[in-house]
Design a protein around this ligand. Structure first.
Ligand code: PMP
Length: 450
């Protein structure tokens, strides 16, 4: 494998580009082209993308129908704001309402952070307009990620992403998620129930009259692939939110559009489990263009009745609901439905998880978790004490996979260190050969470190 970087490009990169999340001087991987679940860097090396870019490129590279949909839309109408309207936004909002089971209306955003900011503003304004103006606090869960802008970051309960900016925004509280492997409540068996009880306790301690909303990812993704043991947790959370008139916001930015083997993460709950607000991005366009969506239950929308000077929603972003992005989303959804991607992920996901689970025999693997095409491999120094693997080991494993042509990720939310969960989320269209390569590579690398 050719490991030298093409010199002028590398130099220019170092001189001009400020890379997301990287320390200065970290050697980047510069991509040139992509095909399916694979991409080629500027030195001609091929890699399987085991994290779908940033868990967004769900349908892989080279979906020509999506590219044509964008071109066609740009030729027809390059841009139009959504303070007015355009056909692709109407069609997409109608489609999303149908996919969500009806009763939802969509406010379009630019991406996930923006969709969550929008949700928080809607929740806060909703209570001001329905006679509970003090209901303004937002509760979220430790290890959850909700975005990089200040409001979304305030809800993100991963200390090392926010420690330098934390004082800015009041009104955000965090509670532990259900996480049986490291139960915050000292009981794996009762972890789900106690995590839900803690939500109720927090609402009571804070005063229900002060709580606007509870936001969670149905399945925590970047924070380490963490989810309840039974769907009873979702029911309990819904009941508690109803009891105290707290809006339930589900961040489906990663879990939406098939990633977890259901069309949406909330579909892992009972048939009647429905949030009040759902935020979407990433897989919505399969990463081909930026787009976010805040889908709001009709009864919440009704509070924005436009009566009086300030009762409508004074919120706009130039590119939210861009016509080309909406056209791309419609085509991506078309492909998901036509190719029965969700069924595929559900079925193949079980097989892949079964194979990855065998890694739990290794001394460094504490737990392998997974749902659909989203897997977390939690690494430890000692299986008994569960002391997390150190950051150097984690980085070395990710680098070793990369040297063998596989890109995987890891969470970055613990202090000190950088997180001890390897994260794998291949494109939902990955072939069985691709998946076999992924399993073989991760397995052989982990064996060398065990
Ligand atoms: N929510 C979740 C669950 C996410 O994983 C992310 C991005 N990783 C976001 C929100 C923020 O999305 P964006 O980066 O598009 O702002």
């Amino acid at each position: 494998m050719n490991t030298g970087m093409e010199p002028t490009l590398a130099k220019k990169d170092e001189q001009y580009v400020w890379h997301a999340m990287q320390r200065p001087g970290a050697a980047p991987l510069i991509a040139d082209s992509g095909e399916g679940s694979w991409f080629t860097d500027t030195n001609g090396n091929r890699y399987m993308d085991g994290v779908s870019g940033l868990w967004c490129l769900n349908l892989g590279h080279g979906q020509t129908e999506i590219i044509e949909a964008a071109t066609e839309q740009m030729n027809k109408l390059a841009y139009f704001p959504l303070s007015l309207g355009h056909q692709p936004a109407i069609a997409l909002a109608e489609k999303l309402a149908a996919l969500l089971g009806g009763g939802f209306r969509t406010f379009f955003a630019n991406g996930g952070s923006d969709a969550n900011e929008t949700a928080f503003k809607i929740a806060r304004q909703y209570h001001k307009q329905t006679g509970s103006p003090e209901k303004q606090k937002i509760i979220s869960r430790y290890r959850g990620y909700h975005g990089n802008s200040l409001g979304a970051l305030a809800a993100t309960a991963q200390a090392n992403r926010k420690i330098k900016y934390d004082a800015a925004l009041p009104g955000f509280l965090h509670i532990p998620p259900p996480y049986a492997y490291r139960s915050s409540f000292g009981s794996a068996a009762e972890d789900d129930q106690r995590a839900a009880d803690f939500l109720e306790q927090t609402i009571l301690w804070e005063g229900p009259e002060t709580i606007a909303a509870f936001i969670m990812e149905p399945i925590i993704s970047g924070g380490g692939v963490i989810y309840p043991q039974s769907n009873d947790y979702y029911k309990r959370v819904r009941d508690i939110c109803d009891r105290y008139q707290v809006l339930l916001i589900l961040d489906e930015v990663v879990s939406g559009f098939g990633r977890t083997g259901k069309l949406f993460g909330f579909m892992h709950g009972d048939d009647d489990f429905k949030p009040d607000i759902i935020t979407l991005a990433k897989g919505l366009t399969s990463g081909y263009l930026p787009l976010g969506a805040t889908c709001v239950a009709e009864n919440v929308y009704q509070a924005f009745d436009g009566k009086g000077e300030t009762s409508h929603f004074r919120h706009i972003s130039t590119y939210g609901g861009h016509p080309a992005s909406c056209a791309v989303a419609l085509k991506a959804i078309d492909i998901i439905e036509r190719e029965q991607i969700v069924n595929r992920v559900e079925t193949l996901g079980h097989t892949v998880l079964g194979k990855l689970k065998q890694l739990e025999q290794l001394s460094i693997v504490g737990e392998v978790r997974g749902i659909g095409f989203l897997y977390g491999i939690e690494l430890v120094q000692d299986k008994q004490t569960k002391e997390p693997a150190d950051d150097d080991t984690m980085k070395a494993i990710v680098t070793a996979c990369q040297k063998q042509g596989l890109i995987i990720g890891k969470n970055s939310d613990t202090i000190p260190g950088g997180g001890n969960v390897l994260i794998i989320a291949p494109p939902l269209t990955s072939s069985e050969e691709d998946l076999a390569f992924l399993i073989d590579t991760v397995s052989s690398v982990l064996r060398t470190f065990a």
